[in-house]
Ligand binder design. Structure first.
Ligand code: CA
Length: 231
């Protein structure tokens, strides 16, 4: 749908009325046109009638899975999808199954963060909604779709969790990712006080990706806050 004022149309697929209401108001205030679907059936019909520029898609819906719908959309259109997962444990599914989502957020999220993600995805050229599939970090090349990382063409072996952690940091390249966010996203259910697991993974990642693990150039610790992956 081409909005006469040139605003982007966001299809919000969400069955929780409180989230739907908040998004309706919040995204409209931010200058978007919101069309709302409470289930997949409505979403399918609105894909045709409203022709949204972006789909904000909840994972758990009354008549099916947002994950399946994301795959379906990815196969049939170039409309970017931002997945919304209710539990951080679902993030693993969203990240791991390579369903073609342009980005994801976890509930509860801040509207400001969501709007920033939406704007970032909308800025990507059409048909390149997955342009972030390959990330370059210094001499490293990280292929998110193949879940492979290479240095000067030579493959580096990472465990599943190591890869997910690096991918999480890479999704905020040059920005600090807090320890809480790492634990929350990748070790859901783990006591926040037990942060040794996270430190062990960071250490192993450094040994694998840094030329001098004792003096890391890319995977930096920001004392008392978290980590930052630098290009
Ligand atoms: Ca839901």
């Amino acid at each position: 749908m081409v909005d006469p004022e040139g605003r982007s149309v966001i299809l919000v697929v969400e069955d929780e009325p409180s989230y739907q209401d908040a998004l309706n108001v919040g995204l409209t205030v931010e200058g978007f046109v919101v069309v709302a679907a409470r289930n997949l059936e409505e979403a399918r019909s609105l894909m045709t009638t409203a022709e949204p520029d972006l789909v904000l898609l909840d994972v758990m819906l009354p008549d099916g899975s947002g994950v399946d719908f994301c795959r379906e959309l990815n196969a049939s259109s170039t409309t970017p999808v931002i997945m919304v997962s209710a539990r951080t444990s679902e993030v693993d599914i969203v990240l791991g199954l390579e369903i073609g989502a342009a980005d994801y957020v976890t509930k509860p999220y801040r509207l400001r963060e969501l709007v920033a993600r939406i704007r970032a995805v909308l800025r990507r050229p059409v048909g390149e909604s997955t342009s972030d599939e390959v990330i370059t970090i210094g001499p490293l090349r990280m292929d998110l779709l193949r879940r492979a990382i290479t240095r000067d063409g030579a493959e580096i072996e990472l465990s599943r969790k190591e890869f997910d952690l690096l991918a999480l940091l890479a999704s905020r390249l040059g920005q600090v990712v807090t320890r809480e966010h790492c634990l929350d996203t990748l070790w859901w259910g783990l006591e926040l006080s037990d942060t040794r697991t996270l430190d062990t993974h960071i250490k192993r990642l450094r040994q694998k990706i840094e030329l001098d693990p004792a003096n890391p150039r890319h995977l930096l610790t920001i004392r008392g806050v978290g980590f930052r992956l630098d290009q």
